[in-house]
Design a binder for this molecule. Structure first.
Ligand code: PGA
Length: 251
């Protein structure tokens, strides 16, 4: 299974800035990218095209959308369809990111509809899950992760190609705070995600990549990526500079 080193640029960068960062990343990481790693950049929708152009023809480098809607087209002002992401050269799409859930207010059912529709439309999908600090303090981590997985993957067919589905465990209290989860917290959560997905999808789920996200940086990435059941990382802040993201990609 190839490790997936993913960047989420959130609402940052003009097209020119996105192009420059993508070019710098290639310059620093493309020639030394190990065979068993893949790189994904999720820029704002407006920069999908330029980043796709920069990555075009470079093996192991992919582009993704940060979210999408569960319809092919229609009167859905402000939304974007999976087919439109594919048309801009994207291979991946995120669903259920913590900021979609907790800032914009998306619920599990909507996240589940998007996940299934994105997969059916031909995107590879990264379903993001993770508990709030209050939920962790109340001992509810497994309950929350199980609910987000069961509802988020409710309509995904059992025989889904495991290469096209990833889950990102991102404890909300570790996103953008500089506070990274400790190895024990990551190991426990990832083992629980694996066990739950095997219960849902059978052995197939052993091939589904589970990414960790939340304050990943060049200084902690090597340790995190070496943990059991950690098949990649999803990086926000430290992915915005080509220099620091290239160190993460090669860590
Ligand atoms: P962060 O964000 O790396 O800035 O904590 C992670 C994410 O939101 O995916």
């Amino acid at each position: 299974m190839k490790k997936l080193m993913a960047a989420n640029w959130k609402m940052y960068k003009t097209r020119e800035e996105a192009k420059a960062t993508a070019e710098e990343l290639l310059k620093l990481a493309a020639s030394s990218l190990p065979e068993d790693r893949e790189v994904l950049v999720c820029p704002p929708f407006t920069s999908l095209g330029v980043v796709s152009e920069v990555f075009s023809g470079v093996p192991g480098f992919f582009v993704g959308g940060q979210d999408f809607y569960f319809r092919e087209e229609g009167a859905f002002t402000g939304e974007i369809a999976p087919g439109m992401l594919l048309d801009q050269g994207a291979h991946f799409g995120l669903t259920g990111h913590s900021e979609r859930r907790h800032v914009i207010g998306e619920g599990d059912e909507l996240v589940g509809k998007k996940t299934a529709f994105g997969l059916a439309s031909g995107l590879s999908v990264i379903l993001c899950i993770g508990e709030l600090i209050e939920e962790r303090r109340a001992g509810r981590v497994e309950e929350v992760l199980e609910r987000q997985l069961r509802l988020g993957l409710a309509d995904v067919p059992n025989d889904i190609d495991p290469e096209r589905l990833c889950v990102a465990y991102e404890p909300v209290w570790a996103i953008g705070t500089g506070e990274v989860a400790g190895p024990r917290e990551i190991l426990e959560a990832h083992a629980f995600v694996r066990k739950t997905m095997v219960a849902m999808f059978g052995d197939n789920a052993n091939e589904i990549r589970i990414l960790y996200g939340g304050s990943v940086k060049p200084s902690n990435c090597a340790e995190i990526i070496a943990l059991d059941n950690v098949d990649g990382v999803l990086v926000g802040g430290a992915s915005l500079q080509g220099e620091s993201f290239s160190q993460i990609v090669l860590a």
